[in-house]
Design a protein around this ligand. Structure first.
Ligand code: ADP
Ligand code: MG
Length: 724
């Protein structure tokens, strides 16, 4: 990278050391530099004096007899100030036999260099160039300053050079024949050209690799190489020469701009390359500092305070080299191998920098190696970084391969585990299935048991109804039969009397007069009151007939009721069922209960008559129970009503004046096994059976109940069963 600024910093440090060494030579004072035939380029540093003129006090009219010129004691003068306006003075003799001599100032990018030749007490302008003047106006086509001294062979002349610079400066100056001077320029072009050649190759090579591996490290690197080239182009003066020769103002901006940019990109490149975030996260802030300060340098450059930018560049140049080298050393010690390449690359650049500085102080002789040390260093650095990058990519690829293999292994292992788990799971599922089947079976058994119990209970409920029914039948039949039975004895006695009369008539003896006998018979008739007997027999027979008819009636009612198991739908008159139920219940009816029949005419209803009778029986038994439970003993009413509900439905209401029930009971009365009765008194199945029967008839059953007032069951049935 471009560390010209950096080397200057180092130089400032080293300058103090060598000032001591060179001060002993300083007492010689100004001498005339003579150039002989066959001489190589001659450095004029030692023979030159300098007058600092920071306030631009002098001009070419006043400088020639100014006092206070200081001799320079070095081959390469060094001006550490940040803004320079210096007058340099030297004298030389041309003993080469050539028509003139040339001065070569080997520092491109000076804002202004002006050369005057002294003739008596006058200074004549013989040369003016610099960044402030178009490149094309230069006397010689060279990035360095080449000035014809206009000194014929054998002459001696004194020259004044005014040098303006906005940053501190090293000023290698040589004189010689034109061919030597331009020859040096050609070497310059050759070496720097070779340098750019190397950069170009690196640039395109890595660009190509970038497109194939698409790694962002490469992108940073090629941007870095690009800006490195641009920065070197600017600072070597070739940018000015080839790209913007008629834009003198631009050149001075370009040096700072491109140098700052290349440093910024170098930072950006180093972050991912060295994996600083991972290995040295605490140093990330320093990167930020560099990025910000280089941005500041660019801003100052364009704000017209370029000397500030140079200060920033110089300070940072040194800091950055130190930072990058120490960071890469630190990270490579932490075991990140590519950092080592980085360290070596930058160290080589530092080495080149030191060689360059040492050359400038005459410790190392000036030759193409030491003069261009920065270019060698920079190109070796760039190549090493490129190798480092390739190595890093290789390492990454290897790592990736290894991690892919590991991932494969892991996924195989996972697969194996999953398979094992699956087997386990299957076994578990099998086990559970068997358990489930078992419990399913036992549930099934329980259900079967439950069903059996339920049907037993239903049976029990039936038996209970049957019990009521039997008691009813017994009671109902008992009365008329008793009646019949009690009529038979008097009837037998009456018939016995009749038989006696008949006997007496049969015993009539017609051999004697019968009138006496007949008188006896009549007396007997009178005695037994035959007319009464006739009457009595009639009424007794009537009573027997009545009893028989009543019994027959009851039996018929029983038949109606006993259609319990009929499964066919039949059209029947519902009052018959209601009546026969009432008849059967009469015996178990408490004395204080009065039945109110409130039958309006309804058409025959299509139903399962036996089932409906069961409904009436269950509801009425409950009603009688509820009324019996009422403590009062007053007359209670069981009201049974029928009516046409609408065109398609009939309504049957069975109401009692019993205890009634609270809502909590009312909600549950249709639940199977719900009962409020004592054990043995109720099964809790009655109303649940009622509900299912009404459901079967597609009817509805509603309950209205008030505690202490009574309960009413309302049944609504379709006249025609919807299944038809
Ligand atoms: P069970 O008569 O065996 O108790 P039911 O299903 O026939 O079973 O009746 C359930 C419950 O409904 C009865 O225990 C009773 O509490 C209540 N219940 C039914 N009818 C009446 C009614 N007319 N008055 C008051 N409570 C009644
Ligand atoms: Mg009941």
């Amino acid at each position: 990278m471009n560390l010209r600024s950096c080397h200057k910093q180092l130089q400032i440090g080293i300058v103090a050391l060598f000032t001591l060494l060179t001060v002993s030579l300083s007492l010689k004072g100004q001498e005339v530099i003579s150039v002989h035939q066959g001489d190589n380029l001659k450095s004029i540093g030692m023979g030159t004096s300098v007058k600092y003129d920071p306030h631009r006090f002098y001009d070419e009219k006043t400088i020639w007899d100014a006092t206070g010129f200081q001799p320079i004691h070095k081959d390469i003068p060094n001006f550490p100030e940040s803004k320079i306006n210096n007058w340099l003075r030297f004298s030389c003799t041309n003993q080469t036999g050539q028509a003139t001599l040339h001065l070569l100032i080997q520092t491109p990018n000076l804002p202004e260099v002006t050369v005057f030749k002294q003739t008596g007490d006058r200074l004549n302008l013989i040369y003016r160039a610099g960044d402030r003047y178009p490149y094309l106006q230069r006397q010689e086509d060279d990035v360095n300053f080449i000035c014809d001294l206009h000194i014929p062979s054998g002459d001696t002349a004194t020259y004044f050079i005014r040098v303006v610079s906005d940053h501190h400066l090293q000023l290698p100056m040589v004189i010689g024949t034109r061919s030597l001077v331009t020859g040096a320029g050609a070497t310059n072009v050759f070496i720097i050209g070779a340098y750019f050649g190397i950069l170009l190759v690196i640039f395109f090579y890595n660009l190509f690799i970038y497109f194939s591996v698409n790694d962002k490290n490469y992108l940073y690197y090629i941007i870095y190489v690009f800006f490195l080239g641009l920065a070197q182009m600017s600072s070597s003066g070739f940018g000015f020469k080839y790209f913007w020769p008629d834009q003198p103002g631009l050149n001075q901006y370009m040096v700072i701009l491109t140098s700052s940019l290349v440093c910024m990109v170098a930072i950006m490149f180093a972050i991912p390359f060295l994996q600083q975030r991972k290995y040295a996260p605490k140093l990330m802030g320093i990167n930020l500092y560099f990025l910000i300060s280089y941005t500041m340098a660019i801003i100052c450059d364009f704000a017209g305070v370029g000397f500030v930018s140079y200060i920033i560049l110089n300070v940072n140049g040194f800091l950055m080299a130190f930072f990058v080298i120490s960071t890469s050393a630190y990270i490579s010690r932490k075991g990140f191998k590519p950092a080592l390449f980085y360290l070596v690359a930058w160290s080589i650049y530092m080495l080149a920098l030191i060689v360059y500085v040492l050359k400038n102080f005459g410790i190392i002789s000036s030759n193409n190696f030491s003069n261009y040390a920065l270019y060698w260093g920079s190109s070796i650095e760039a190549v090493l970084l490129s190798i480092a990058l390739a190595d890093k990519i290789n390492t990454l690829t290897r790592e990736k391969q290894v991690s892919q293999e590991q991932a494969l292994e892991i996924s195989l292992e996972n697969e194996r585990l999953v398979r094992e788990q699956n087997l386990l799971l299957e076994a578990k599922v099998h086990e559970r299935t068997i358990e489930l089947e078992d419990s399913n079976r036992s549930l099934h058994d329980t259900l079967e048991n439950l069903k059996a119990t339920q049907s037993q209970l239903v049976e029990a409920e039936k038996m209970a109804s049957l019990g009521v029914l039997t008691a009813g039948i017994a009671h109902e039949i008992n009365n008329p039969i008793n009646f019949v039975k009690s009529n038979i004895k008097p009837l037998q006695l009456d018939i016995q009397d009749l038989w006696e009369i008949i006997d007496q008539y049969e015993k009539l003896d017609f051999s004697v007069p019968v009138s006496d006998q007949l008188a006896l018979i009549n007396a007997f008739k009178k005695k037994i009151d035959l007319s009464y007997i006739k009457e009595e027999i009639g009424s007794l027979l009537q009573g027997i007939e009545d009893g028989a008819i009543r019994t027959a009636e009851i039996v018929r009612g029983l038949r109606t009721f006993s259609r319990v198991d009929e499964t066919e739908l039949k059209k029947v008159n519902l009052y018959e069922g209601l009546d026969s139920t009432l008849v059967l219940l009469r015996s178990s009816m408490p004395n204080n209960v009065q039945v109110v029949r409130n039958f309006q005419t309804i058409p025959p209803v299509e139903c399962f008559p036996g089932k409906l009778n069961q409904v009436f029986m269950n509801i009425m038994s409950n009603a009688l129970y509820a009324m019996a439970k009422k403590p009062s003993g007053e007359t209670e009413y069981l009201t049974v009503s029928t009516r046409l509900y609408d065109g398609d439905h009939v309504e049957i209401k069975i109401a009692d004046t019993g205890t009634g029930m609270p809502d909590s009971v009312k909600e549950k009365i249709f639940d199977p096994f719900f009962t409020t009765k004592e054990i043995g008194e109720g099964t809790g199945l009655g109303l649940s059976i009622v509900f299912s029967i009404i459901e079967k008839h597609k009817g509805r059953i509603l309950v209205h109940s008030t505690i202490g007032v009574g309960t009413e069951f309302q049944i609504i049935l379709p006249i025609v069963h919807p299944s038809n």
